[in-house]
Ligand binder design. Sequence first.
Ligand code: UDB
Ligand code: ZN
Length: 182
Amino acid sequence: MKYKLIKDNNPKLRKKSEEVLIPLSQEDKETLDFMLFYLKKSQDIEYAQKHNIRPGVGLAAPQLGILKRMFVIYYQVGENEYKIYQLVNPKIIAFSNQLATLEGGEGCLSVDAVHEGYVHRHNSIQLKAYDYYSKKDIIINADGYDAIVLQHEYDHLDGILFYDRIDKDNPKAIKKDEVIIK
Ligand code: UDB
Ligand code: ZN
């Protein structure tokens, strides 16, 4: 296979990824399409069991060992509604001071170990990017869970993993006015 998911013992996951040239190369388009394909397949229970993979909601290019500023988001939000983005050169242009955290903590497709504790993130963000899915420059206003997924993937582009954001001395402490997402 051309693409392989790397784990957190691989030093590539700790590097800062490079900006991507637009218009996209054929290679970058193929990578973005593979990332979306991977997420879709990972949520197909039969396929996921057969290939021993976890159902993913987001995937960043560095997780395939490709150090480019691109990530893909895919998850269902309503009966017939999905969040689907193939983002290139994303930039967080605004964020709330209010923080949010997932009640159950976070995991990562590139991390096998469990790291308990709250990951503190901005409760709302504004992000701009080129979206290859809609073929447009877009601005996303996200809050709560949506904002957390975007920040988790964005962190991968800067070599940051979710457990870097867990307070080692007090992993279960909640910040002032923090939103706890169930
Ligand atoms: C995930 N999936 O994809 F609420 F149906 C996680 C893993 C690490 C557990 C696979 C996930 O949260 N799935 C999920 C959640 C639901 C309902 C549902 C499936 N990621 C993405 C990742 O590692 N990207 O680099 C970790 C998430 C933790 C917080 C945001 C992203
Ligand atoms: Zn991750």
